[in-house]
Design a protein around this ligand. Structure first.
Ligand SMILES: NC(=O)c1ccc[n+]([C@@H]2O[C@H](COP(=O)([O-])OP(=O)(O)OC[C@H]3O[C@@H](n4cnc5c(N)ncnc54)[C@H](OP(=O)(O)O)[C@@H]3O)[C@@H](O)[C@H]2O)c1
Length: 267
């Protein structure tokens, strides 16, 4: 007998009718994920701190014919995360997918970096994902839903960087650890947790590397020199992996840091 995945392999990527909660939905990765999932028939709850930008993304999602609600919050606290989940549950009755697309960086050599700046990076990149995972994962365990989590790491979770990334690299190393711990804790509930680790792709976070800024250009050049595929990333490069990690195709994949980096970490 030929099984369904072998007869109809594209069904492995079928996410139609699912409900996704995305933080950082106004960012390059969050917006692209929202649009890609909208085009795949997913119902969306979008969160970010900037209401006007959130409305713009919501309009784009609606133009693709998808259902969407928005909430102007960052995952700063358990209350904020709970408010996001509550909105999704009131609107759609369930959540199947969590994508933490919110994140932040403040570069600076350790001798110059203010403690508050380091803390802001850790809060955005570590506390945010932890908070979202705690709230949404608890709901999944209670409701017996086999949810899927995608966190955003970076090649910086594994590689040091000479651009003053003690906050950012430390936070992404923590994201990798959080991914593995949650994956093992929740495996018995059928919940999968994975992270995507890109190299530089164009976004607000990296705009300084794509413009006239001298240090930005040098940083981009250095990254480029390490990428065998010979170019920096674009957010579309991440969408195949994102869909894979949110779809049945990845049901036996958990706790992994998926490098989508043009070969950066291979060398
Ligand atoms: N771009 C890259 O080259 C690259 C490479 C590797 C990994 N990543 C990771 O990919 C994820 C998405 O980044 P991106 O490039 O799409 O960045 P982006 O375009 O700057 O988007 C970041 C998002 O996070 C929100 N945000 C900004 N500051 C925040 C804070 N302090 N706390 C919570 N949320 C905050 C922003 O929305 P509001 O300001 O409206 O809240 C925005 O929606 C991040 O985790 C980033 O570290 C990016």
């Amino acid at each position: 007998m030929i099984s369904e995945p072998l007869r109809n392999p594209l069904s492995l990527f079928d996410v139609k009718g699912k409900s996704a909660l995305i933080t950082g939905a106004t960012g390059a990765f969050g917006r692209a994920t929202a649009l890609m999932l909208a085009s795949s028939g997913v119902k969306l709850t979008l969160a970010s701190g900037t209401e006007s930008e959130l409305e713009e993304v919501a309009k784009e999602v609606q133009s693709l014919g998808a259902q969407v609600v928005t909430i102007a919050k960052r995952p700063d606290s358990l209350e904020d995360a709970r408010a996001m989940l509550d909105l999704a549950l009131e609107t759609y009755g369930r959540v199947d997918q969590l994508v933490v697309g919110s994140g932040y960086n403040k570069a600076g050599f350790i001798q110059d970096l203010a403690e508050d700046d380091w803390q802001a990076v850790m809060d955005a990149n570590v506390k945010g994902p932890w908070t979202m995972a705690k709230v949404v994962g608890s709901y999944w365990i209670e409701s017996k839903i086999k949810g899927k989590v995608v966190l955003m790491s970076s090649v910086r979770g594994r590689h040091g960087n000479v651009s003053g990334y003690t906050g950012y690299c430390t936070s992404k190393g923590a994201t990798d650890a959080l991914t593995r711990v949650l994956a093992t804790e929740w495996a018995k509930h059928g919940i999968t947790v994975n992270a995507i680790a890109p190299t530089v792709f164009r976004s607000k976070l990296t705009a300084w590397m794509f413009g006239d800024d001298e240090i930005g250009q040098a940083t981009a050049k250095r990254s480029l020199g390490r990428i065998p595929l010979g170019r920096l990333g674009e957010v579309e490069d991440l969408m195949g992996m994102t869909l894979y990690l949110l779809s049945p195709a990845s049901d036996f994949c958990t706790g992994q840091i998926m490098y989508v980096d043009g070969g950066y970490t291979a060398g």
